[in-house]
Design a protein around this ligand. Sequence first.
Ligand code: ASP
Length: 347
Amino acid sequence: MDERPRVLLLHTGGTLGMRRGADGSYAPAPGALAAELAALPELGRAPLPEIDLIELDELLDSSDMRPENWQCMADALAERLPHVAGAVVLHGTDTMAYSASALSFLLEGLDRPVVLTGSQIPLVEVRSDGRENLITSLLLACDPRLREVAVYMNGRLLRGNRSTKVSSFGFDAFDSPNLPPLAEVGVDVAWREELLRPAQPGPLRASRLRPVPVVALRLFPGITGATLRHVLREPVRGLVLETYGSGNAPSRDADLLSALAEASARGVVIVNVTQCLRGTVRMDAYAAGRGLLDAGVVSGGDMTAEAALAKLSVLLSLDLAPAAIAARMGEDLAGELSPEPAALANV
Ligand code: ASP
């Protein structure tokens, strides 16, 4: 008789395992998940894997997640993954895209599945979307084709560092606007094998995050140089600047551009990502983007803001000069970035 594979189930918190408190709001409930899993007899049967359940010491609403928690998850995965076929990380949906991105950069030498999932309605509720998300994630986490960090929700498996939360209401809470799903799950699982990442050369290890201050800021009409200077004060070392369209910013405000230029001259790495859901940064496309190039801002291409922030945090933790970090921001490290589009044709 074939042995069932083992999968690590790392419970970090989030709606899936929450219970309603006395005030009617949902909150993490330590130990509750084990009882709910025990009430799902299908979890004990093939083709589902055997589950090694571990809970973080403190279960969190993912709004409370911090880089220390990314490290904690990465360490737990690096320690246990070599002994299992893969892992499912149960996580709140609010910051799942940040954690998935961070894990994709922190886990070096990854050669098996890490699937983050959660739900919009807790498992204890009758209409929960958690049961399907959990069961399918467990199956995907023992598929050797998947060798990367992914997010599974509502029938779609997305690359983790391409994912973003797009709905606080629908069960299809996530999308990966600049990359098609890695797999779509219906009656069968339809993989897009050409998109899947190869196994990374081992050994598997979690790199170290240092507490380096980074900031994310969304440009808005009326933002001033003074505001930017305030945001970019010491000890900030990195900024993810969410710009307009193809990477544009106000070009008639010299003080605003000077604030950026002063910070990058001081060694602050400033990364340009677009506020648009789809598309990439092309700072050479408009005069309104060129000003940023001249101010030393580097392109984040078609990265999500979540991936850019996590990548910058991980790179700033390495002992590298700002120019080297800026250069690596433009390299595809874990499938988070598409190749530069060809230069605009003259028509
Ligand atoms: N606030 C919850 C969390 O992110 C939402 C969810 O899990 O869907 O933990």
